[in-house]
Design a protein around this ligand. Structure first.
Ligand SMILES: Cc1cc(C)cc(S(N)(=O)=O)c1
Ligand SMILES: [Zn+2]
Length: 259
């Protein structure tokens, strides 16, 4: 019975089929200023993305995802805490059933309406699946979505496609898109070592979480919530609350690139 976010297959049950979910380096976590360590040696991060690498936007019943050509170092993330370049493979979102929650990471008790994840893998490994088995295999750039009056126009392109991928299994061409247009002004970030926030929850992720959220409108969040987790010919169930609750930090340090 496939994992999900409902009471019978949700985050509290995942460990039954995916033992990593009870590990000591799980994500997401709470980020509290009191426990963050400013690391002056942290470098700035850089994204060099080729808009031509964007391929498809899809609904897999669990999120809205844009996939990129990752057959060579075409769109890469580098710098920050990373030892080398990491290849952009996909981006996706997590969101709530209302504007007051939906993010996976929580900052000083603040839950945002959603969270954008740009997923990259370390090309020193032969492929993405091999990278997921390595502690330095994956880098996720996370950007909070905050509801406000002046939404970021660059989000429109993604949300305009939502109508084409309403139900699980639907996909649409999504050419010529550079996701760095979604980035906020500041590149300030927190970083820590954690896991994939969906099963199998492998502990292979270097998290780079931007301090500055991007502003989206309440209507744009409602657009995301108009996606369905079911396929076209099945009873309709809105795709909402696809976020994992925060996990124990245990003995992990969260470093900040800013004072
Ligand atoms: C590697 C990977 C795969 C998936 C489906 C999701 C993530 S997440 N939510 O941790 O960014 C990471
Ligand atoms: Zn994610």
């Amino acid at each position: 019975y496939p994992w999900g976010y409902d009471s019978d297959n949700g985050p509290d049950q995942w460990h039954k089929n995916y033992p990593f979910a009870k590990g000591r380096h799980q994500s997401p976590i709470e980020i509290n200023n009191k426990e963050v360590h400013y690391d002056s040696s942290l470098l700035p991060w850089f994204a060099s993305y080729d808009p031509g690498a964007a391929k498809t936007i899809l609904n897999n019943g669990k999120t809205c995802r844009v996939v990129f050509d990752d057959s060579f170092d075409r769109s890469v993330l580098r710098g920050g805490p990373l030892p080398g370049v990491y290849r952009l493979r996909q981006l996706h979102f997590h969101w709530g059933s209302s504007d007051d929650h939906g993010s996976e990471h929580v900052v000083n008790g603040v839950r945002y309406a959603g969270e954008l994840h740009l997923l990259h893998w370390n090309p020193k490994y032969s492929n993405y699946l091999d990278a997921k088995r390595r502690t330095d295999g994956i880098a996720v750039l996370a950007i909070f979505l905050q509801v406000g009056e002046t939404p970021k126009p660059e989000m429109k392109r993604i949300l305009e496609e939502i109508n084409a991928i309403k139900t699980k299994g639907k996909n649409a061409p999504f050419p010529n898109f550079d996701p760095s247009i979604l980035f906020p002004k500041s590149h300030d970030y927190w970083t820590y070592h954690g896991s994939v926030t969906t099963p199998p929850c492998e502990e292979c992720v270097t998290w780079i979480i931007l301090r500055e959220p991007i502003i989206v409108s309440s209507d744009q969040m409602a657009k995301l919530r108009s996606l369905s987790k079911n396929a076209e010919n099945e009873p309709d169930h809105p795709l909402v609350d696809n976020w994992r609750p925060t996990q124990p930090r245990y003995f992990r340090m969260v470093s900040a690139s800013f004072l």
